[in-house]
Design a protein around this ligand. Sequence first.
Ligand SMILES: [Fe+2]
Ligand SMILES: [Fe+2]
Length: 177
Amino acid sequence: MRLPGDPTERELVERIIRVDHAGEYAAIRIYQGQLAVLRGSDKADTIRHMQQQEQVHLEAFSALITERRVRPTALLPLWHLASFALGAATAALGERAAMACTVAVEEAIDEHYSKQSAALGDDETELRDTIDRFRAEELEHRDIGLEHGAEQAPAYRLLSRIIKTGCRLAIAASERV
Ligand SMILES: [Fe+2]
Ligand SMILES: [Fe+2]
């Protein structure tokens, strides 16, 4: 049942497309920031592989922005800079910190995509399937991060907590603004 103040179905779908478009855009920028620092590292190909998958995710949500006439978030220029900075800063702390960043982001996105998938009804199966498919790839990215020593990063727990909190704030803002 819809409660007063809850978004309508149309608003719900618009928010989902707006925030996911922003998130996938930000994901690419994080990896670009990491690669700016780790270009010559033996992790570069792994990072590039994940970035290419984010590119496919972004293209899907860009198409939905156009098809469904959804306004992109006004915060994109901020995410452009902040996400690159996050990627570069964690990479500057080391390869493991870069991987810890990926794990934290993907854990937040897993939670976010799960909620969205559960909120969508059967009249939006196509969008729901897209989200479910991308969510599976985000979990692969999380596992790649773990395989590459994320948890051995300095101050892993603190770093992870800060990044996840940042992701949640960015999500809440990008749904609305
Ligand atoms: Fe993605
Ligand atoms: Fe991802």
